[in-house]
Write a protein that binds this ligand. Sequence first.
Ligand code: PLP
Length: 461
Amino acid sequence: MDLERLKARAAEIAEKETKDLLSRTSGSEQLYQRAIKTLPSGVVSNFQAGDPYPIYLERGKGSSVWDVDGTEYKDFHGGFGVNVVGHAHPKIVEALEKAAKNAIHFAVTTPDTIALAEAICERFQLEQMRFVNSGTEATMDAIRVARAATGRDKIIKMEGSYHGHHDSVLFSVVPEADVLDMRFNTGGEGDRAWYTTQPTSKGIPHALWDTVIVVPFNDAAAVDQALADNAGEVAAVILEPVMMNIGIVEPKPGYLQALRDTCEKHGAVLIYDEVKCGGTIAYGGTTERYGVKPHLAAYAKAIGGGSTIGAFGGEARFMEWVGKGAAQQGTFNGNPLSSAAGLAALTQVLTKDAYDHLAKLGTQLSEGCDRAIAENGIPAHTVDLGAKGCVSYRSEPLTNYRDFLETTPDLYWASYPWMVNRGIFMTPGDEEQWTLSVQHTDEDIQRYVNAFGEFCQELSS
Ligand SMILES: Cc1ncc(COP(=O)(O)O)c(C=O)c1O
């Protein structure tokens, strides 16, 4: 079926399914009316906002969540990549109960905090690490340490990537197509000069624009060139080794090693942002899956077993700067509750065997979706990476942000209410992915595959 007909069909499906969704979520609508009085947009993070209102959840158990209207869904949203342990996992609940009775907060390092640091260093092959409370703080502190160690200000980041909401990195995060010079998106050498740094938020100081250099993902030569053009000025190259905010984009073979080599050559620090990849794509994150170590890496989300956490670490020659003048502190860093939940998650739940289970489920899910895509001629593909995966509405895999601009979001926006109406709780946005948990079962996966298969049939009918 041609794309224009598919888009028209998608618009019909989206209209009908959205109407159904709104008609059975009156509890969410009422809560939204209450929430907007105290919370801008009725939510606690801009990423949670919904149109016309978000679905508010009340409870989770195993692989299910319940909204405030009492409807049960299978959870494939996974708290934006956090809930790899699933909901109310007995080991996590036990650890939290015990910790709450012992110590909710000291602002003093505890034995559990040290044990968790050891578990993180072992699993991700870090020499040293420090705790923070979010992914934002993790990338912020890793960049500070890189700047302290090198005595340089500039950083290089990939076009389209998100690294949290601190000022240094809020540039060219999914920039609108009309600010990019698309004439030069041909993959040739001459293109690189046209990657410009665009602020993503109001309120970012102008002084910072000149400290961020934007290059395309999966182009090590562009990084090498930027480092040469800014010789002696670049502190760090920061990237999500697998881009996970435009669907999923894998690094090409050799790309990560080439980045490491060029950073070594130019005296810059290679920082992986593993906030999403770390606890999801393999037991040992990117270093295990793709075999290339960064100098520093940032973690958060899944490593806390659902609790508030962040961490960064890597080579001791860089980490030692936190003891030599690079500010790294925080009242709640490594607090007893997060440490207990994280320790239970990493040592008792997210074991090596757990990643085999997640990989098996992920492959079942992506293969099931691939079959439906092929049988119905939908311009889409799937990506399958352990607990993470997605359907991306473009036939060919993406290599960088500009490929994402060639996807067809209309198809996603028809699939979203369709899936939610069939009991599959999804992230609201085509830039996101599914997150599987150790508590998901074959039946949960089949339910997703069935709902998606029916969607593809409906779309192509
Ligand atoms: C790759 C990446 N880095 C950093 C962050 C920021 O993490 P947090 O929301 O915990 O501050 C996110 C959040 O989604 C992320 O996906």
